[in-house]
Design a protein around this ligand. Sequence first.
Ligand code: GLC
Length: 439
Amino acid sequence: MDEQKLLETAQAVLKQNDRGKWTVPSGNLYPHQWLWDSCFISIGLRNLDLDRAKIELLSLKRGQWRNGMLPAIIFSKTEQGKEIDSFTWRSSLSPFAPDGVDTTGITQPPMLAEAVVRIGQSLKSTERRSWYSQMYPTLLSFHEWLYRDRDPREEGLIVLIHPYESGLDDSPPWVSELHRQGLPLWVRFVNKLHINWLIHRVRTDTSHVPWDQRMPNDEAMAYWAALLKLRQHAYNSEAILSRPMFAVQDLAFNSILIRANTQLRLISKTIGTSLPRTLEANMDKTEKVLEELWDEASGQYYSRSFVSQKLIEEASISTLLPLYSGSISKERAKQLVLLLKNPKLYATDWPIPSAPLSSTHFAPFRYWQGPSWININWLIIDGLKRYGFDSEAEVLKKKTLELVEKSGIYEYFNPLTGEPAGTPNFSWTAALTVDLLKS
Ligand code: GLC
């Protein structure tokens, strides 16, 4: 492998998508700042330019809501497409939205504490303390908001109110939740009209990426309808959760949160403060109750519906993310590694598929229902190392880099053939390639 060449290609993508204070995930398809994208991007950037990596995360502050929420997207003012996206969300309907900045009214996986610490690790101790102090208030109010607004029954698990919050938009558990409750009437009506060609013209994503690599029209419309419902309630979690359309205790999100909580503890200790007691208690609870998402019969973790309080028994890549949380037992970690190594499930030629081969949803090119994604590989590699599965981590890292070298800096990849899919020049693929090369 020509590591130097790969590094240079990845660096060039990051440069191309750099908008000064933040990096867009891709110039055409995603022309704004995304929350967990910026976290992954800064993790890569810290290897190239520490100051720029910090700026990437500092830029997230401008979007933070007065109640602490960090929005999934901060809309750019100048980029093409801004009007339609920010107009759809109309975040200013909420009294908590920041002044003068348009954002979504929902969040995304809490990768921020991890990104802050990764940058911190590359700094000298005085600088590290000052960096942590700069980011601490943002992190503290975000984590407090998560528990205050999104854990109404005080169960220790955060409830997501839209599939986009999971970051794994059309992952099998979310899509099955959607079909369980039925598509909205108007979506069924539009479906009957057989006007897919027309809808594809209106959808901005399918004008950049082949339609069979994105969500089908009926699901995309249903997600849009769910968004409008949230907007009707001005993104007020209490009102939304009293009669929710989507409400899921998402496995991937909560696994990432556990790791983020660990990193937040480290940050507060380093700067010599202590976290509020209630937050500490909530954080402990999350670690304990994650185990409630384990299903002994099928030997895997699932997300849980907040409405029915039942596990959503749909296998997906999320089942492996408790490895990243670091809070599960070594025994459980071993069970997950067996799933990872099973050629009938996740051990494809170009791992890790976002849905196992055995899933009825599996489609090798379709978004989060089969393709391999580099951010997920990065999270699992990190989790494997934490549990001492060093050789498995090394194999996965090597495969991941080979995949990107062979197919390019794409958004996702066919897990069977390694063919590229989604948008080219995708920032987190570039950034995490850099990070894997340097680690
Ligand atoms: C897609 C992904 C989401 C990501 C966004 C921007 O919507 O599903 O996880 O944050 O693109 O890259």
